[in-house]
Design a protein around this ligand. Structure first.
Ligand SMILES: [Zn+2]
Length: 149
C-alpha cells in the first residue's frame, strides 16, 4: 500500500528532503518546512490538516510561508502521492498523511476527522464502471453530531 505516514525510522530535514525528492519534486525551503510539519511529528496518529491549520502551524514554527504557498504545496504533495485530499464538506479540504485505503469518521460539531479502517466498513451496490474504466476508490465519510431533540 502506498502508505507514506510519518512512522519511518528516518526523521529530520534530511528525511523531509528525501521524501520530497522521492516524490519527484524539488525540495525547496518551503516544501521542506511543510513536509517536516506534516510528516515528522512524534509518533502520533496520521494527520488530517487543512491548509489554514498548517499555515498557522508553519507561522508559529517561524517558517515564512504564505497561505497561498501552503495551498499550492498541499496540492503538489497530493498530486505526487504524498498526501490524500479528503473532502467532507463544502468547507476547506483536509489533507491526510495516511494515503492507504481507508474511510473517515467526521464530527460535524467539532470538525474533527478520524480514520476508519477500510475493513470496518462494508460497501455494496457499487455500480459497474463504464467499459474500460475501473473503480479507483470508494470514500466513506461517517458523520456524527450531537443528537437534536
Ligand atoms: Zn485519514
Amino acid at each position: 500500500m502506498g502508505r507514506t505516514g510519518h512512522r519511518t525510522p528516518e526523521q529530520g530535514p534530511k528525511a523531509a528532503e528525501a521524501r520530497i525528492r522521492a516524490a519527484g519534486l524539488r525540495p525547496t525551503r518551503q516544501r521542506r518546512a511543510l513536509a517536516a510539519l506534516l510528516f515528522e511529528q512524534d509518533t502520533g496518529p496520521d494527520r488530517h490538516v487543512t491548509a489554514e491549520a498548517l499555515h498557522a502551524e508553519a507561522t508559529s514554527a517561524g517558517a515564512a510561508v504564505s497561505l497561498a504557498t501552503v495551498y499550492n504545496t498541499l496540492h503538489q504533495f497530493t498530486a505526487a502521492g504524498l498526501l490524500r485530499e479528503v473532502v467532507v464538506d463544502a468547507g476547506p479540504s483536509y489533507f491526510d498523511t495516511n494515503t492507504s485505503d481507508h474511510h473517515h469518521l467526521y464530527d460535524e460539531d467539532t470538525g474533527e476527522i478520524a480514520d476508519l479502517s477500510a475493513s470496518r466498513i462494508r460497501v455494496s451496490g457499487i455500480p459497474r464502471p463504464r467499459p474500460g474504466a475501473e473503480v479507483a476508490r470508494v470514500d466513506v465519510v461517517v458523520r456524527v453530531r450531537s443528537r437534536r431533540s
